[in-house]
Design a protein around this ligand. Structure first.
Ligand code: PLP
Length: 413
């Protein structure tokens, strides 16, 4: 008899975006003439840039000839891409990351979920609240989260509320037992960033308390302020305590192409029960060689192309396009009296719901009164109650139309 992994049974069956889609479909069926505009889902809308398209065509042509054909690639990623990443994302910014510490993947979602396979089940995991749900759910699947509490939290997870008062950056949990902490900056869903000083505080805490930081930098390309760190390794000592995840999804529109990378510096270790320190880079390499056969050659050539001078220019133009949406959204929503956060160095705006409305009440009102979809903040964790997330990933026209409708709706109140 096959026994089920019962840890899966504790996961909530409703997936936030499925729930949203259900409500939107119900609205559409009763309002067939209203064009619904989504400022909700976190997928990009603009096409891949020309340099990427050219690189993909070229890669396909190579695969079509006997001399250019490639089968399985290196599990860690092709050298051409690892070198380009090391050079452009790190060396050129004076950050010492070696190509051998870079593991190319098929996107950050897989690795932010899979990385916990390297860790003992007894590890206490800390997460910010609200949070990108993969961090918690993957630990629930592994049996590390404990039991589910009536408020939906897990007994063995340390939740660190991110609020307007703390700038959506949790204070280090001095005096609380924690072994592994997930941090994500720029943050999904709050759009917040972390200052160098705050990040230093986290790195020092991790070194003093022997904590492993899992740092998700999927949105680093959206940082516009020069003094905001784009990588945790800008803090030199982070090499001893942090693993970092990157994604080309939001950097270059690769949500469908699939490619990203994970950095495991040689100095990062975790302990055996007898106190021996094991380098996590060699364990991750072992895990990848066993369970992963690499991202496709075509995706990796596509990713390499974003580091060419034209590629860099084109990718930046698309990011600027989205961020001009964010600028317009912030300007209009603030003018209408909404409390808005984020949106300056991230494609997300975290907006407090007015008049004490819950996240879902505001979602329903915005959908029914303006035909605009947002994401209820409570879907990202209990501390997200009373907020909604708006994204800048729509096109200009729809963003503008959504803002006009919101303006009309609020002025009729
Ligand atoms: N990390 C964060 C914080 C995200 O918001 C997302 C996607 O929305 C990902 C990782 C996943 O990225 P990828 O498409 O590379 O799997």
């Amino acid at each position: 008899m096959a026994f089920v992994n019962e840890n899966f049974l504790g996961l909530s069956s409703g997936y936030l975006f499925a729930d949203i889609a259900k409500r939107v479909n119900a609205f559409r069926s009763t309002h067939p003439d209203t064009k619904v505009i989504s400022l909700g889902i976190g997928d990009v809308t603009q096409p891949l840039c020309p340099s990427v398209i050219r690189a993909m065509h070229k890669a396909v042509d190579e695969l079509a000839s006997a001399s250019g054909f490639r089968g399985y690639g290196p599990e860690q990623g092709y050298g051409f891409l690892r070198e380009a990443i090391a050079q452009h994302d790190f060396f050129m910014h004076d950050i010492p990351i070696d190509a051998g510490e870079i593991f190319v993947n098929d996107g950050a979602k897989s690795d932010t979920g899979n990385i916990q396979e390297l860790l003992g089940r007894e590890c206490v995991v800390g997460v910010s609240d609200p949070i990108y749900p993969v961090y918690i759910d993957s630990n629930v699947m592994a049996g590390r989260a404990g039991t589910k509490l009536p408020d939906g939290r897990w007994s063995n997870i340390l939740y660190m509320p991110c609020t307007a008062e703390n700038g959506f950056v949790p204070p280090v949990p001095h005096g609380r037992h924690v072994d592994v902490v997930y941090l994500c900056y720029p943050n999904n869903p709050t759009g917040a960033v972390i200052s160098r000083k705050e990040l230093e505080r986290w790195v020092n805490f991790a070194l003093e308390d022997d904590v492993l930081i899992l740092y998700d930098a999927a949105y680093h390309a959206y940082i516009r302020d020069a003094d905001i760190p784009r990588s945790i390794y800008e803090i030199a000592d982070a090499r001893r305590c942090a693993i970092e995840f990157h994604s080309f999804s939001k950097t270059a529109g690769f949500t469908g192409v699939r490619c990203g990378y994970t950095i495991v510096p040689k100095e990062v270790t975790a302990a055996t029960r007898r106190g021996e320190r094991i380098p996590l880079g060699s364990l991750w390499n072992r895990r990848q060689c066993t369970k992963f056969n690499g991202a496709s050659y075509i995706s990796q050539r596509a990713a390499e192309a974003i580091y060419s001078p034209e590629g860099e220019r084109e990718v930046k133009a698309t990011i600027d396009y989205y961020m001009s949406n964010a600028d317009r959204m912030l300007a209009m929503l603030s003018r209408l009296g909404f409390d808005c956060y984020g949106g300056r160095n991230a494609p997300y705006i975290w907006m407090r719901t007015p008049d004490g409305m819950s996240s879902w009440q505001f979602f329903e009102a915005l959908l029914h009164d303006a035909g605009v979809v947002c994401t209820p903040g409570v879907g990202f964790g209990p501390a997200g109650e009373g907020y909604v997330r708006l994204t800048a990933f729509s096109n200009h026209e729809d963003t503008q139309e959504a803002l006009c409708r919101i303006e009309k709706w609020r002025s009729n109140k």
